[in-house]
Design a protein around this ligand. Structure first.
Ligand SMILES: Cc1cc2nc3c(=O)[nH]c(=O)nc-3n(C[C@H](O)[C@H](O)[C@H](O)COP(=O)(O)O)c2cc1C
Length: 257
């Protein structure tokens, strides 16, 4: 009886010791790999920005970081005024600021389903080979079917023609909403116009196929109408007055350079 009790305690002690050793190993590797995780996250973000800028092929040839540093400048803006502000774009996290009531607002019309919107944002200005800024990349976030989806819209110099819509992070279903990442769907965006001639936001995702020649219509994702609606609402929110509207108005007035 006594030896049974001892062996039970021994087993328990062994289990606890193994747990402690494993917990220590996990903590040490989590701390040790933190820098690498941050670097990988940054690299992933720079890759997506180059893709949105149409520079991914060049980046893969010449190196992502080198190409990003050569052509892209990140700047902070105040979303309410649309003006550039001081601040380190590398340290900015939209969702972290959005959780802080002193650094965010509750949108009057939360069509993107984000709950709160940070007061600041990072925008990316992209130079061409001649050194002239001809593309602006705007980060977007909004609800899909299952969770928030993060991405970028790239606009050409007229701040109307679409260069790209590139999603970087989402939790949509593979084969359905996750088709936002499908190159064939991404290829439908370049050349579309975000605004109509009256200056109203006119881009929309059409269930099924957009009519040939429809400059504002993009085919919906088949079997994923809810994700498609989320993408459209997200873009409308971020192009609107509570998103980049004031910044876009400034760019139109003063130009990208
Ligand atoms: C397991 C499961 C996962 C789904 N994932 C998505 C999704 O990621 N995005 C989406 O829009 N619809 C998704 N749907 C389908 C939606 O419930 C809905 O039927 C669909 O958006 C309607 O699109 P449709 O009108 O193009 O068929 C999913 C359905 C099921 C059962």
């Amino acid at each position: 009886m006594a030896s049974k009790k001892e062996s039970f305690l021994g087993t328990l002690g062994f289990v606890v010791a193994v747990c402690l050793v494993c917990a220590a190993l996990v903590s040490v590797s989590a701390v040790g790999l933190k820098d690498r995780q941050v670097a990988n996250k940054l690299l992933d973000q720079q890759t997506k920005i180059l893709e949105a800028a149409g520079l991914l092929e060049l980046g893969e040839k010449d190196g992502i970081v080198a190409t990003y540093n050569k052509f892209v400048t990140a700047k902070m803006i105040n979303l309410d005024t649309g003006e550039y502000i001081d601040g380190n774009p590398d340290m900015f996290e939209e969702r972290r600021d959005a959780r802080d009531v002193t650094k965010s607002i509750k949108p009057a019309s939360d069509i993107a389903g984000i709950n709160r919107r940070a007061n600041s944002a990072v925008v990316y200005l992209v130079r061409n080979g001649a050194g002239t800024v001809d593309t602006v990349i705007l980060p977007i976030v909004g609800s899909g079917l299952w969770d928030l989806m993060y991405g970028f819209i790239g606009l050409e110099e007229d701040v109307n023609t679409v260069k790209s819509v590139v999603y970087s992070d989402h939790k949509e279903t593979p084969g359905l909403g996750a088709e936002v990442m499908n190159p064939n769907w991404k290829a439908l965006w370049p050349g579309k116009k975000m605004y109509d001639e009256q200056g109203d936001i006119a881009i929309r995702i059409v269930k099924g196929n957009a009519k040939k020649g429809d400059i504002h219509g993009v085919d919906g994702l088949s079997g994923a109408t809810l994700t498609s609606v989320g993408v459209e609402k997200t873009i409308h929110f971020w192009l609107g007055e509570e998103g980049y509207g004031p910044y876009i108005a400034n760019l139109r007035e003063k130009g990208l350079n």
